[in-house]
Design a protein around this ligand. Sequence first.
Ligand code: PEP
Length: 260
Amino acid sequence: MRRALVAGNWKMNKTIGEARTLALEVAEGVAGEDLSGVEVVLGPPYLALSAVVETVAGGAIGVAGQDCSHHPDGAYTGEVSVPMLTDAGATHVILGHSERRELMGEGDGLVARKAQAASAGGLTPIICLGEPFTTRKAGTTLSRIAHQVEHSIQGAFASPPPGGFIVAYEPVWAIGTGLTATPEQAQEAHAFIRERLEAIFGLECAQETRILYGGSVKPDNAADLFAGPDIDGGLIGGASLKGADFLEIIRAARTDSASI
Ligand code: PEP
């Protein structure tokens, strides 16, 4: 049985003080009821990372960087390394987010190098992939996803990490747009990703890997989206910025038993 996971991507939102307040609201909400069936990860901006780590200390909530460099140190102005993230207390790192792919021109090869560096440095990567609208319209979504699995994941790992990967399927056209994939579209993509992982890394890895859905998940659509047998939780942007909404989405993941 895979444990559901819900991760919040706060993007470029929240000052340090605001981040503390939101992290505390989530931590208290998670502790106040039985949400232990769901792994929760918060993704604040870098400057708020230590404050969030301090705020959630002692609980089971993970904290993710929103990106990392594949270099350990050096003359890379503006970049943040894996050792810097682990030193600040991060447990996870979001990689290959479509905003980085689109706005910063990151490709699968770079995502793979970052995933390799993160994993070697003790961070769990949350590797994002998904198709733009033109690809969906052209009917080539699955081949696009297969390419991303091969180049962002297979390209980084000769063998899978214990417990499998964390992959986020995020159709680009659904991120921050209010549009969502239908539960059927999401399930089809997730099942396909799992199938590809099985072909590359074997059955055990495919069964253990958590595949999160991301793209305008809200409290009122989360349960339907998470109901698919291959959907193991979500990567949440906008709705993770409000504690009450994020907690509602975590509850929706709990009711989904994420069965294999
Ligand atoms: C995201 O940022 O990964 C995301 C899915 O955003 P939103 O939930 O706002 O669509």
